[in-house]
Design a protein. Structure first.
Length: 559
């Protein structure tokens, strides 16, 4: 994430400030969701709030070839999402309820996040989990590894495109929902789709603009409530604490703080602010030093040298221009960057697939023609081109019968032939799938291929049908069993003449190429061998009791 934002800002300090701002906005958005949700299990759980205590920003210097020092495991390029989470889990994070990594990695399959799931039974994983030893199998061998399973990750890029802020905020809420014990929404009533959209714990990312997108379903609320009850019952360690307001040392300036440059002198590089832990000479943390006007921790418009506001005459750009807003310049009266002026509403953005509304790229391009966006859907038993399901479609108001692909009226509204396609990672088929990198609608798989195969083979209906078939056609099962035994006998006999032996008196093994050229000769050899064994191998039971005949080994058979 540092590397990507540094390419935009070209300034390490501004990059760090943007990352801190990004974290603060995401935690604030998640707090709105969890604080307003009533998790009513056996005990009422209200006003759940998240507070940032420590932030560590990894720059890209350890990833460079000439770097001298401790290597960063996250520098590895070809690492999938599960291994990325495992790397994060190797650290000791038991001093915190949850520990998250924000990254800018384009994971396969459109994955935006991953987290360990909590359980009401007290099983390991999720919120409040301790750093402890787990036994796992690696290369067929058992080994013990200490891990923190109160962890998760989210990424800000999907199919080579930056994820919109609303979507990444909901992704963080979704992954924390896993940490709190909620699996993906199931059954169907908890993933309704339609105009109101799906809930937070839906298996695929939502657009974030539907009423249900920022809410938990009743299924998720029940699952999370059970885990919170288990914590109250001491089945899991209780890491929850009463909020004491602002937390000094997390590098985020909160209510009641003048500044916040970090936990101690090692983290705090700010000459204008005291860290949380200071010397006895001045014990006040998160306060500005004497004769300072501001601190860079308050915003990008404070000069680190001199601790004064950046004068307006310097024309310092503190926020670059975006698709939906103009750039901002420091005004000389505040350390905070002024709110950027939004561009005109209905300005096209996101590669022409959306419109700007109040400075954010969140409106559908269908609004340009006074229409509303809709989904092209598949029907049961009807073959549908998966490519067509990833075409952007519009309808008149709420009349779903008028839903048409933009390719059908592209020429009339000045669009290129073929209309507009949805972006990779976008939901399709009424939220039942997502568009892959080839712009084909792929069905949402909430459990994975192995679980799907298991459910197909071992569900009650399949097992019942199999039992009924065996009962009715028992004779066919008997014939198949006999046929299998005969086949294995012939197979072993055929392989015997091709198997090398350590017996010097035994004919050398034949090559498969010889058998393919002269199969009759091999068959005759097998028959001849069988006759020799019957003549000299002790075919009677009495001979078998006397031991092997002379000429075929003493005590060991090499057949």
């Amino acid at each position: 994430l540092f590397e990507f934002l540094h390419q935009v800002n070209h300034d390490p300090e501004k990059t760090r400030e943007e990352i801190l701002s990004l974290i603060a906005h995401h935690v604030t958005a998640v707090n709105y969701i969890y604080r307003d949700t009533k998790f009513d299990g056996r005990i009422e759980h209200r006003n759940i709030k998240f507070e940032v205590q420590r932030i560590k920003i990894d720059d890209d210097s350890p990833c460079k070839p000439n770097y001298v020092g401790e290597k960063n495991s996250f520098c590895m390029e070809n690492i999938d999402v599960s291994n990325f989470l495992n790397l994060h889990s190797l650290g000791n994070h038991e001093d915190f309820c949850l520990a998250y990594v924000f990254t800018y990695r384009d994971f396969t399959g459109g994955t935006l996040g991953l987290a360990w799931v909590a359980s009401a039974s007290g099983a390991s994983g999720g919120i409040c989990e301790r750093f402890k030893t787990y036994t796992e199998t690696v290369g067929g061998l058992y080994q013990s590894t200490k891990r923190s399973l109160n962890t998760g990750i989210i990424t800000f890029v999907n199919y080579n495109s930056r994820v919109p802020p609303k979507v990444s905020q909901l992704t963080l809420a979704h992954e924390i929902g896993h940490n709190f014990g909620s699996p993906h929404d199931y059954p169907q009533e908890c993933r309704p789709g339609g105009q109101n959209g799906n809930y937070i714990m839906f298996a695929s990312a939502t657009s974030g603009d539907r009423p249900n997108n920022s809410k938990f379903s009743t299924c998720s609320i029940g699952n999370i409530s059970n885990v919170l009850d288990a914590i109250e019952d001491e089945k899991k360690w209780n890491c929850f604490k009463a909020s004491a307001g602002a937390f000094c040392g997390n590098k985020i300036v909160e209510d009641g703080e003048e500044c916040d440059c970090g936990y101690d002198d090692v983290e705090c590089k700010d000459k204008c602010c005291y860290p949380r832990i200071v010397s006895d000479e001045d014990p006040k943390g998160c306060a500005r030093r004497v004769n300072t006007q501001c601190s860079p921790s308050q915003g990008p418009c404070c000069m680190s040298e001199g601790c004064k506001f950046v004068p307006a005459s310097y024309h310092v750009r503190c926020k670059p221009e975006s698709e939906c807003s103009w750039s901002s310049v420091c005004d000389g009266v505040s350390p905070v960057c002024p709110v950027p002026t939004p561009k005109a509403n209905k300005t096209r953005c996101n590669e022409g697939t959306q419109l700007c509304l109040n400075g954010e790229c969140r409106g559908s391009i269908c609004l340009e023609w006074n229409m509303t966006e809709c989904f092209l859907t598949s029907q049961a038993g009807v073959s549908v081109d998966k490519r067509s399901l990833c075409e952007l479609a519009c309808q008149n108001g709420s009349d779903i019968s008028t839903c048409r692909s933009t390719s059908e009226f592209a020429s009339r509204v000045g669009l290129p032939p073929g209309g507009i396609s949805l972006r990779p990672g976008s939901p399709c088929d009424n939220f039942q799938g997502y568009c892959d990198v080839f712009l084909k609608c792929r069905a949402v798989d909430a459990e994975g291929p192995l679980a799907r195969l298991k459910n197909m083979l071992f569900n009650k209906e399949t097992l019942l049908s199999l039992t009924q078939w065996v009962t009715e056609y028992w004779w066919a099962c008997l014939l198949m069993g006999l046929g299998f035994i005969i086949f294995m006998g012939v197979f072993i006999k055929c392989c015997a003449v091709h198997t090398p032996s350590s017996n010097p008196k035994k004919p050398p093994a034949r090559r498969f190429s010889e058998t393919l050229r002269r199969p009759i000769h091999t068959l005759r050899r097998m028959v001849k061998k069988e006759i020799v064994l019957n003549l000299f191998g002790g075919g009677s039971r009495a001979g078998a009791r006397r031991g092997p005949a002379h000429g075929y080994g003493e005590g060991r058979g090499h057949y």
